[in-house]
Design a protein around this ligand. Structure first.
Ligand code: COA
Length: 265
């Protein structure tokens, strides 16, 4: 890794084989995102993207109460026009980095995911929540609007009407309600959350790494395109994957009735 893991203050980074676990670690502030935490997350995801041995990532929060309870309100309270915009752009850059990460990223939502916390989870590819989780965008109750991508990603995920209800009331939803509206992929007991996420991540890690990266790219870029352009993109990426030794290995393994051995370089 190109980052000094020991120097991280507000983020923990651990590895289990090909899986990376990223934990936002400010439990006394319910893991609220201040500038330093955003910078550390950005550095960690930059390094993860460049590390071939990492096949999938889980993001979670430290402690039993919160995933991330939002951007740090202490910092937000002091912002003016220019630094307010800069703050939004920094948060957006982080969420874009996660969204565009070549590896699948799973959010393990282990409690409050509010404001910037939900926006962080929205940038992940897949979300699982513990039964005690509460998810929402309460910004309007603070006299601000979501600024880390929430106004754009939430409607694309759950539809405009449901997104507007969440954004304009500021009210959080329970994990079960989040599942019902398609905001999370699954709900489980708190004690089982990481195990569930690791099982899904493990399944992804067992697949072709270049196929994962290109499939993610096709979906992530495709949602912004017309159907015709999206299909063209898919065909182009299909052409690229068809030129790889990964494809040869995947097909050969099937025909030889064995598990594929993926190259991670
Ligand atoms: N920014 C900064 N600090 C935060 C925070 C945030 N987004 N969310 C929680 N904290 C801090 C609290 O100020 C408190 O710190 P303190 O002990 O130094 O006073 C600590 O975390 C614990 O939070 P507390 O409010 O005492 O816990 P609670 O269980 O009573 O309530 C919440 C939990 C999540 C309901 C409540 O903390 C909350 O509403 N947080 C703000 C959520 C929000 O609006 N997020 C969007 C920001 S844009």
């Amino acid at each position: 890794m190109a980052i000094d893991i020991a120097a991280l203050q507000n983020v923990q980074f651990t590895r289990e084989g090909h899986l990376a676990l990223v934990t936002v670690n400010r439990p006394s502030k319910l893991n609220a995102l201040d500038d330093a935490t955003i910078a550390e997350l950005d550095a960690v995801f930059t390094a993860i993207d460049a590390e071939a041995a990492i096949g999938a990532v889980i993001v979670t929060g430290s402690g039993e109460k919160a995933f991330v309870a939002g951007a740090d309100i202490g910092v937000l309270s002091k912002q003016g026009v220019l630094d307010g915009k800069d703050n939004a752009l920094r948060g957006q850059a982080l969420t874009l980095r996660i969204e565009n990460c070549k590896k699948p990223v799973i959010a393990a939502i282990n409690g409050f995911a509010l404001g910037g916390g939900l926006e962080l989870a929205l940038a992940c590819d897949v979300r699982f929540a513990s039964k005690n989780a509460k998810l929402g965008l309460p910004e309007v109750s603070l006299g601000i609007i979501p600024g880390y991508g929430g106004t754009q990603r939430l409607p694309r995920l759950v539809g405009t009407g449901v997104a507007l209800q969440l954004i304009l009331t500021g009210d959080p939803v329970t994990a079960d309600e989040a599942l019902r509206i398609g905001l999370v992929n699954g709900v489980c007991e708190a004690a089982e959350l990481l195990t569930t996420c690791k099982a899904v991540a493990g399944k992804m890690v067992s697949r072709g790494p270049q196929a994962l990266a290109l499939a993610k790219q096709a979906v992530r870029r495709g949602v912004h395109l017309s159907m015709a352009d999206g299909l063209q993109l898919e065909a182009d990426l299909f052409g690229i994957i068809s030129s790889t030794s990964e494809m040869k290995e995947g097909m050969a393994a099937f025909l030889e009735k064995r598990k594929p051995t993926w190259l991670r370089s």
